[in-house]
Design a protein around this ligand. Sequence first.
Ligand SMILES: Nc1ncnc2c1ncn2[C@@H]1O[C@H](COP(=O)(O)OP(=O)(O)O)[C@@H](O)[C@H]1O
Ligand SMILES: N[C@@H](CCOP(=O)(O)O)C(=O)O
Length: 326
Amino acid sequence: MAVFTEVTLHAAQALVTRLGLGQVVALRGITSGIENTNYFVDTDDGQRTRQWVLTLFERLSHEQLPFYLHLMKHLAMRDIPVPDPQADATGEILHTVCGKPAALVGKLSGGHQLAPSDWHCRQVGTMLARLHQAGADYPRAQPNLRGLAWWTETVPVVHPFLTLAQQQLIDEELAFQQHLATTSAYQALPRGPVHADLFRDNVMFDGLPGHEKLTGFFDFYFAGVDTWLFDIAVCLNDWCISLESGRLDEQRAQVFLAAYDSERTLTHDELRLLPALLRAGALRFWISRLWDFHLPREASMLKPHDPTHFERVLRERVGNPWHWMR
Ligand SMILES: Nc1ncnc2c1ncn2[C@@H]1O[C@H](COP(=O)(O)OP(=O)(O)O)[C@@H](O)[C@H]1O
Ligand SMILES: N[C@@H](CCOP(=O)(O)O)C(=O)O
């Protein structure tokens, strides 16, 4: 469990009072997540009990956070199902709790689909395309802070922890991605705000088994302006693969892409560069998992994700490039 900062009832109540939401009736640390401190908070204002998620940002600064929080508000206002950050009487949505930047957002109903079927992939593909389109006129800009510049800076940091074969793979892939970024086809890819971490555990579904409905995307704290194709690749690499082998499940990948494409038609260059971006998506999470695994931060309870998973995914994407045919 990632509770980097212990939040007292007193501190939670002070925020809830400032937001005019009544009394805190329950406060419990959340037993997952690796970036931020998260708590479920239930409040009662005398009329009704409501459920929230309190996030204390452990790495992101007060300067970086307005991009994410206002993006969530922007998307929520355009009917994309995302948690809406709560404002105080002055309209401020970025708060301070225990000396850390913090936000209080609505709790989404339902749970994760950790073994997704075509049914779930279709809904995620459709909603991702809607999110990209709804975000296109978002006025703030911030690059994907886990993009190429960060990979370039972080690969040397994790290098000493790798075998020679791993060093070779990571170096070659980084060089490949650095070259790709200089090409005119890559630079012309459509772009805008992307979630950039839309894994199975960042989407909620609710409803009876086999009929679950997507209730929301959350955890926007890796979002940034990047190519829409990168977001698609991150999703394919998680929603549409066999977790054991890292191989793409072609059926689910077809369904995901067809659903996305029916909302926003993928361009010729997006289809052509998809195999390269699938590699980029794998590299990005291999690096961050290596970094979290070998250079962990202090946390009261924390279970790092397995880096070897994305090493396998990357080897697969390099060895078996996959092209989608409409
Ligand atoms: N808005 C929300 N609604 C419902 N559950 C949430 C919400 N935000 C976070 N959670 C729960 O908290 C867990 C950890 O949140 P997450 O954002 O993934 O943490 P981290 O940013 O530390 O990786 C999620 O897996 C989910 O169960
Ligand atoms: N999805 C990433 C880790 C980011 O953590 P999250 O809990 O915020 O999704 C991974 O799987 O490596």
